[in-house]
Design a protein around this ligand. Sequence first.
Ligand code: SF4
Ligand code: SF4
Length: 381
Amino acid sequence: MNIVQLRKLSYDEVAKCNKCGFCLPSCPTYLVMKEEAYSPRGRNAITRFAIENKLKLSEDTERSIFSCLGCGACTAVCLSSVKTKDIIFQNRECEVDEGFYPKIIDRLVRTLEGSRNISDDDNEDRAEWLELIKDFPEDAFEKEHAEILFFVGCVASFFPMVQRIPANMAKILQNAGVDFTILGGDEWCCGFPLIGAGMPEKLEQMKEHNLKKVADVGAKTVVFTCPSCYHTWKHFYKTDVRLMHASQLIAELIKDKRLTLKKEVNLTATYHDPCDLGRNSGVFEEPREVVKAVPGLNFVELPQNRMLSVCCGGGGNVEMTDPDLTAQVAQMKLDSIKDVGAQMVVTACQQCVRTMQTRAKRTKSDLVVKDLTDLVVEAME
Ligand code: SF4
Ligand code: SF4
């Protein structure tokens, strides 16, 4: 996208920003960096000045625009409802057009085009996590036809720290007698990282492939443990197939008494709303219903929850381009969790689990970090 296209697309929206600064205390990157260029207001100003030809895009604007986590907290508190995250991501497309973007993104694009996953692994190894399941069925959960397709996503498929999440989900679905399948090596990255990279047009090929695979298996529903895959399908795939996050399906299975949680978990726990599941997709209550269905658990809310939830630091490709910023945002998150006296934080996203668990480990914190599926399997068995 060039400046002329950016002007057409974003000028009316960015002009709504009255520079009040009300969003500043909600922006995690501003709270860490304490510089205007890392705030929503500063990023809006950069976009507006670029559109008005008062500022040239440069390495400085690149640093500001590509350090946004895409969390959307700024819009949630803005009295003018300025869609700052959308403006920033549109600006990213323009920065890419002018050659100002973190060059590590080129490697990401090559990897996605070559391997169809974010980690450059052999895509045929997507179901490596099956090894975590004792006596998995002969068909390895890959059926020709099924009611539900479980779309696993790249991070949980290939990152050992969170491979337990798809294994958990498969156990839960098996336990509830759900007719489901996975795509194995036929699953391609959903394309989410390309949106944050300022190259959303490259998502098309992945979208077409994945939609064809859903049609091939005849699934009526696609379920995701990854909020970013869920968000991408919901907002970019434009399909009539029912899309559900795992938390929604699990809550439904509990209500229908197809899944019973019996084992007590005697801990004080809180829930972290993943940005792409909560604020960016509107799923707030079902994960809480599931957490509260676990016997023995003492549930406490974080003061900034639901629409006001603070990002874990793992969004917007920032972990790839500025891991130190991610670590500092994650630390803020862990501090807020400790402040409410929680021994355990439950979330519903493999990326949030990775970010918070890595930080907890590095700082030798005793905080237990769990995915919702970890908790369900623990209470189920
Ligand atoms: S984005 Fe909204 S809250 Fe932030 S400075 Fe602009 S008008 Fe104020
Ligand atoms: S989306 Fe999040 S990180 Fe980006 S400007 Fe808004 S509050 Fe800050």
